[in-house]
Design a protein around this ligand. Structure first.
Ligand SMILES: Nc1ncnc2c1ncn2[C@@H]1O[C@H](COP(=O)(O)OP(=O)(O)OP(=O)(O)O)[C@@H](O)[C@H]1O
Ligand SMILES: Nc1ncnc2c1ncn2[C@@H]1O[C@H](COP(=O)(O)OP(=O)(O)OP(=O)(O)O)[C@@H](O)[C@H]1O
Ligand SMILES: [Mg+2]
Ligand SMILES: [Mg+2]
Lengths: 256, 256
């Protein structure tokens, strides 16, 4: 199995890390064995799961640049069934170092392949750019999940994202598919939110998940306690939305 | 004059474009001659000011890659005293193309220098990454404005940002200074907001502007009408916060 899902959107602050963490946590609670790979030098997925980055000696950087086995850098989280490959600031250097490296786009894919079968899902959190780190994630992924904020600017970057996906599909990863598009940070106080949803549904049609993630204070607070929303406030609207989303991800995975 | 301010933070979605647009618009209304440079391939600063990017033939890409004079790509906005250098998706290619280019970090600085004296302020909106585009902006800038979201993850990337600024100062732009740190998206509903402000004030002390930008629906709606907040809803809390901020920017500029 080891269905590898990259959470991608070069637009910043759209909820990639929040989605990667909470999806992984709910999949794990539903009995799936999950590996979350933090592939953003900011390391938000790592700190959002309570990892103290200062105590981390080796991270995903070592797997893709020094070619250390990925299994050497796996960290356990407080969630059963959920393992994490953390990121530290060291990863920031990888973007430049990869430019001249051999087989630079396949480093992550090669690092994942020896352990892919040990998991049901592998989720990759990507940085807000379309550089070599994101290209590595798109090359290693089977499918991609695109979080889209319910805000005006959200529509602007989508055509560029699809163009990059097409290029990766043509040159690096012919099997790459879009798993789905997730609407995030929906705010009922503003009519823009619904307008953006309608636009995105018109463009992506059935690829858009039914689940819509609301903008809630609880979701923005959970990472400061180092836990996903299903450990911070499982009754909250944000938790229920991510639970429904995780169910949709499993449903679509079973139909592949 | 032509004080060049780069609005920078590699963390995504912190309000860089919103700050670049609304600061520029208020400085223009206060009688300052302003040039806003959209240096993010997403082109949010351009569309947030109502520019139809499909109708744009030449943009900042042509100035830094083909070395066309910047004056050839200046667009007028609906705001008197505010001119814009738009960005289109073409700029996305620049990040890769610059890698092998001669004097690759100085391209923007060289493009700006013939027209710098025509303006009181030049504001540069940066993408959410620390690649060659942002390095060009840091090399061209006199000072930088760092928007910081009042959210948990906001604190993580700051040390990396300061490290990058130090590197640019050492190797490319010895005069580079930090103009200030602006707290954005403050939400009174959550205690995290105040905790983040306290942390940032402890770290950056007097560099933090007194003005705090609240998270408001009006600020998120204005770009969908292609206007800054002082044309969309000048009485709103968000407008007043950006007006106060623009005054602080002028005060600090006069003390230079
Ligand atoms: N549904 C939500 N409700 C409220 N806050 C949210 C929600 N989703 C994310 N956030 C908050 O919004 C900010 C941006 O989210 P997040 O960091 O997950 O986005 P991202 O796309 O990963 O950002 P980046 O582009 O920097 O990687 C964070 O502070 C996060 O806590
Ligand atoms: N104070 C605010 N209140 C409400 N919404 C805001 C505020 N500031 C920005 N926004 C909205 O939040 C989103 C992110 O803001 P913006 O695009 O300005 O950030 P950015 O740092 O430029 O993002 P990127 O990293 O992608 O360049 C946008 O949809 C914007 O309209
Ligand atoms: Mg993230
Ligand atoms: Mg922006």
């Amino acid at each position: 199995r080891g269905l590898t899902l990259a959470v991608v959107n070069q637009k910043g602050g759209v909820g990639k890390s929040t989605t990667a963490i909470n999806l992984s946590a709910y999949l794990a609670d539903m009995g799936q064995k999950v590996l979350l790979i933090d592939f953003d030098p900011q390391g938000n997925a790592s700190s959002g799961l309570g990892i103290d980055k200062k105590s981390i000696k080796k991270c995903v950087y070592n797997a893709i640049i020094d070619e250390r086995p990925l299994v050497e850098v796996i960290a356990q989280t407080s969630i059963k069934n959920l393992s994490l490959i953390p990121a530290t600031l060291q990863l920031a250097g990888a973007e430049i170092e990869l430019v001249a490296a051999l087989s630079r786009e396949y480093r992550l894919k090669r690092a994942i392949s020896p352990i892919k079968d040990r998991y049901d899902f592998i989720v990759i959190d990507c940085p807000p750019s379309m550089g070599l780190l994101t290209v590595n994630a798109l090359t290693a992924a089977d499918e991609i999940i695109i979080p889209v904020q319910c805000e005006f600017y959200a529509l602007e970057g989508l055509s560029k994202l699809l163009e990059s996906v097409r290029l990766v599909k043509t040159h690096l990863n012919p099997e790459l598919k879009i798993a789905g598009v997730l609407m995030t940070m929906h705010d009922i106080r503003t009519k823009i939110s619904q307008q953006v949803i309608d636009e995105v549904r018109k463009f992506f049609r059935e690829l858009v998940y039914d689940s819509i993630i609301p903008r809630t204070v609880r979701l923005s607070e959970a990472p400061s306690f180092g836990v996903p929303i299903n450990r911070y406030d499982v009754e909250s609207k944000g938790a229920q939305a991510y639970q429904q989303f995780a169910r949709e991800v499993i449903e679509r995975a079973e139909k592949r």
